[in-house]
Design a protein around this ligand. Sequence first.
Ligand SMILES: C[S@@+](CC[C@H](N)C(=O)[O-])C[C@H]1O[C@@H](n2cnc3c(N)ncnc32)[C@H](O)[C@@H]1O
Length: 316
Amino acid sequence: MTKEGLCSFSSITSSCVPDPTFLNCLFTYTGKSYSITVNSLSGHIMKKTENKFHKRTNEELIDFIKKLELQALETAEERLPLYLIVRLKDATLILDVGCGSGFVTRDIARLTKGMVVAIDGSDTLLKVAQKILNDDVNTILCKADAEKLCFADNTFDLVTCNLLLMWADNPQKVVNEMVRVVKPYGKVLASLEPDYGGKIHWPENKKVDPLFAGEAIRKKGGDPHIGRKLRNLFVNAGLETIIGIGNNRIWSCEEDKQYYFHSRDFYIKTLKDAGLSEKEIDQWEYEFLKSLDEGIQLNFFPQFYAIGTKLKPKYP
Ligand SMILES: C[S@@+](CC[C@H](N)C(=O)[O-])C[C@H]1O[C@@H](n2cnc3c(N)ncnc32)[C@H](O)[C@@H]1O
């Protein structure tokens, strides 16, 4: 296969099928042929919606990409076992929904013999993903809306998303769409969906801790309690569902400290936005780092996952 990189559907080598709004895209990779039917109008509709998915300044974008890269690295230990359960290695056609900068998609692509189609609603993030996935010839990127996927029913063997549902405007629509495009008996995997209500932190700081217990996420448009809603979302979408917590290891103080320094800008901005003075922020940071250096601080933050199997309809 020649690497297509970021493509609008019209640029994929295609042969038209009778309905002109659908294109039948053909790929060959390691001697195998893949055919995906996509709605050619969706790419066009999506062009107007960039701001909905990406409102960051250039500086914020650089920080966000760094954060996603670190996150992909630090969560590999909880995601890899899930990829084994859903038999990623042997899946032929995989869809990764809300791929963002592509770091998690890259893990997925390197752990399968199949072909990975990755979609996101943001042009800016897709351009970053294009660079990250440049060497991974079994990936193809498309711009699409997760709530209205541009693929035909029953297309993929496996559909994944990582840290998407927390940020989706309508997570039920997203899961319903993931189910629609997965084949009967195929798997749908949502990984790394946190629940800030289950966050544990000690020693406490009564003023600061509540700010990091979901309020900052809610202000940015995310749902801090998405983790507890996963079963409901998956079962409503008709999936046979298993729910679990991916991270059962408590990080060492050294790991927490490293993570803090990578995300320091986010912490400080959140505290400033909440109206804390510089003196209060300095005091909080001093106490926070002191308890890490003393090796006494404990943090736990549950990251839920859901694995669903699409059953064949009882009455066709
Ligand atoms: C927190 S990022 C996660 C990115 C990636 N999955 C990862 O784990 O590194 C969430 C991504 O979902 C995308 N997104 C949110 N809602 C979407 C939608 N309705 N359609 C397409 N992409 C969406 C955003 O543009 C963003 O790139």
